[in-house]
Design a protein around this ligand. Structure first.
Ligand code: ZN
Length: 245
């Protein structure tokens, strides 16, 4: 599919890493939040980022729901890090952000294992990332969610396709976001076997309205996935959404 180009992303990141290493020779490393020297994220900023604790939200699907677990409730520090990582090519932030994501994932995996033990059955587990729009891919030339998920230690499978109408969500209102992504993602017909009956974890950097995450979960459920859950770095919760956390 045209919106998906994992191998190109890896090449691009390799090049970015090389450029970053070169830049480190001449530009001293500094905390991406406060500017403290010689660290990527300093300890006080790390503590502030983690202070909010995690978030758990339930998103409604047409016939079901999907739970999304986030490492932190969004604050200015984590949103700054995500923006630097995604939009200014600060690839040196990937290990830090991956570590945050890994922490919430590990907690969730432990819960899933307990549930499997109680229910006495185990499904094959796969991990996917929320596919970005073609426009976002053209703008960046790489896929932040894939790099983030790999930094968290996930092995990814590419089973999703973006169909028409999915434009970058960041400029849209809450209602427009839901309309924009409705039925725009599907599992590639030749990959439905990889999804059917599986427990699927969907990874993304931020969950805001939940429209994109819910759309991906819907597409996976339609293709026959079993348990579906979302995992994100941050949850942006507006006052009107408090009841959905
Ligand atoms: Zn700092």
């Amino acid at each position: 599919m045209s919106g998906w180009a994992g191998c190109q992303s890896v090449e691009m990141i390799g090049m970015r890493d090389a450029l970053r290493a070169l830049a480190d020779l001449v530009v001293p490393r500094a905390c991406a939040v406060c500017g403290e020297l010689d660290v990527v994220v300093c300890e006080p900023c790390d503590l502030r980022i983690r202070a909010s604790g995690g978030a758990r939200r339930t998103l409604a699907l047409p016939r079901d729901s999907v739970v999304v677990h986030s490492a932190v409730v969004s604050g200015p520090e984590i949103l700054r890090l995500i923006s630097l990582f995604k939009d200014t090519g600060r690839s040196d932030l990937a290990p830090y952000l991956g570590g945050l994501l890994r922490a919430v994932s590990a907690t969730q995996e432990a819960l899933n294992e307990r549930r499997t033990h109680v229910e006495g059955r185990s499904a094959a587990e796969i991990v996917v990332t929320v596919p970005q729009s073609r426009r976002a891919y053209r703008r960046r030339g790489w896929d932040p969610a894939q790099v983030l998920a790999r930094a968290a230690g996930y092995s990814l499978v590419n089973v999703l396709e973006v169909q028409a109408r999915h434009v970058d969500q960041t400029t849209l209102s809450r209602d427009a976001r839901w309309r924009n992504v409705s039925h725009t993602v599907r599992v590639s017909p030749d990959r439905e076997d990889m999804v059917r009956g599986c427990a699927v974890t969907i990874v993304d950097d931020v969950v805001t309205t939940g429209a994109t995450m819910a759309e991906v979960a819907r597409a996976l459920t339609v293709a026959g996935a079993g348990r579906v859950q979302g995992v994100t770095l941050a949850s942006v919760v507006r006052a009107s959404q408090q009841t959905h956390r």
